[in-house]
Design a protein around this ligand. Structure first.
Ligand code: PLP
Length: 434
């Protein structure tokens, strides 16, 4: 290799350049550029993207308005650390974001990522309640820094050889109706709420609990949608015991479920909301949002950041808000999502390996099982389907404890023709399993 290696040479040496701890589930495609719902590989091949950069590019890759807004801010000022400066785009974003966040979560701590939004929420909850314990839920994914890894249980590989974790974190069952032994949704919800009662009776006094943290739709854990009655029960527990409800909307937020946030779709009012991904369409930005009365108790200097709330990312986020409104993307998320769900349910009737199709808006998961078994997860089929789809030019990504579920999360800008293209490739990839 010469002084300046070619891109192809760098790719060939990838394993000597990047830490091997990164996910090895996917081929790490060399990429050239992206536009809308397409990604163009270094080989010139155009891929239909049904992953949206892990759910970040909700308004489509390189949306021209988002790029232009970021570029304009870049010409003004790249970096202006909060606490020293008050950049206009960051302040303006706080003002605008409060209009769309769930409940009264109208004040913000800005970071750069999902995991930081989660860390902020845990610190805030402990600080303002003066209580020590956090209750998280099995199957959750909240990030990879030490606090968020502590409450992540979607796969044990995220935790292996990382401990000891944060103390005073407890876990309870997340209702997963498809995989519950309970025969009705009601019984499944009761089982999950009873689990919390058992914690309160035997393990931790509710008066010592600062917060519950949950994803309204578990993402990495398998696109499992929290039943509304469970959320209601949890809210009642919060109100009864003075416990805060933190919702991690890092993946489910920003139009993905057909509303600004899944909490609104599912009808629950959280106290603290973790936001990232879709907020800035790929620019690094995250936010911990909370009720004003809580935020105002968070003492000066008890948290902070160098890059968080970066003015370029915030300029991008302001454009994202405009694009979602002006292009009616919440409506598109609902209508294309409904159409996709119907088509996928039809496919399920033709394919014995599809155990479950579930979704809200355009946050859709298809769970694969081994036919003739008691819902045995079909990791192998899911892997082969991803590979076949990729060969046919479609980008997909798995989720779920056994990677047995495939998520379909294209940009919310997708039109019917592109949905049909994607569904057609997916259908062929699934039916090839027969
Ligand atoms: N929370 C949820 C629900 C997520 O899906 C993710 C990322 O996949 C995170 C937190 C962590 O976000 P980040 O990768 O930006 O740190």
């Amino acid at each position: 290799m010469g002084m300046k290696p070619s891109y192809a040479e760098l790719v060939a040496n990838m394993n000597d350049l990047w830490a091997p701890c990164l996910s090895q589930d996917w081929p790490n495609l060399p990429v050239d550029r992206a536009e809308g719902i397409h990604i163009v590989g270094q080989d010139g091949r155009r891929y239909l993207d049904f992953v949206s950069g892990f759910g970040a590019c909700n308004v489509g890759h390189n949306h021209p308005r988002v790029v232009a807004a970021a570029r304009a801010q870049m010409d003004r000022m790249v970096h202006a650390p909060l606490g020293m400066f008050a950049p206009e785009t960051t302040l303006r974003l706080a003002h605008e974001l409060g209009k769309v966040t769930p409940g009264k979560a109208e004040m913000f701590f800005f970071g750069n990522s999902g995991t930081e939004a989660v860390e902020g929420s845990l610190k805030l909850a402990r600080y303002v309640t003066g209580r020590r314990a956090i209750i998280a839920f099995y199957g959750a994914f909240h990030g990879r820094s030490m606090g968020s890894a502590t409450i992540t249980t979607s796969k044990v590989k995220y935790r292996n050889r990382q401990g000891p974790f944060l103390p005073e974190v407890y876990f309870a069952r997340f209702p997963y109706p498809y995989r519950s032994a309970a025969s009705t949704l009601e019984a499944c919800v009761k089982e999950a709420l009873d689990d919390i009662d058992r914690l309160f009776e035997h393990v931790i006094d509710p008066q010592d609990v600062a917060a519950f943290i949950l994803e309204p739709v578990q993402g990495e854990g398998g696109y499992v949608i929290a039943p509304q009655s469970w959320l209601k029960g949890l809210r009642e527990l919060c109100d009864r015991h003075g416990i805060l409800m933190i919702v991690d909307e890092v993946q489910s937020g920003f139009g993905r479920t057909g509303d600004w946030f899944a909490s609104q779709t599912l009808g629950v009012e959280p106290d603290i909301v973790c936001i990232a991904k879709g907020i800035a369409n790929g620019f690094p930005l995250g936010a911990t949002a909370a009720r004003r009365d809580l935020m105002q108790k968070w003492g000066a200097t008890s948290h902070g950041t160098t890059y968080g709330g970066n003015p370029i990312s915030c300029a991008a986020a302001l454009a994202v808000l405009d694009v979602i409104r002006e292009e009616n993307l919440l409506e598109n998320s609902r209508s294309q999502g409904t159409y996709m769900m119907k088509a996928l349910r039809e496919l399920q009737s033709e394919s014995p390996i599809i155990g479950d199709v579930r979704g809200v808006g355009m946050m859709i998961g298809v769970e694969f099982i081994k036919p003739g078994t008691d819902k045995e997860p079909n990791t192998e089929a899911s892997g082969r389907i991803l590979k076949r789809a990729l060969e046919a030019g479609m980008i997909l990504y798995p989720c779920g404890h056994w990677s047995q579920t495939i998520r379909l999360i294209p940009p919310l800008t997708i039109n019917r023709e592109q949905v049909n293209q994607g569904l057609d490739i997916f259908r062929k990839a699934v039916l090839a399993e027969k």
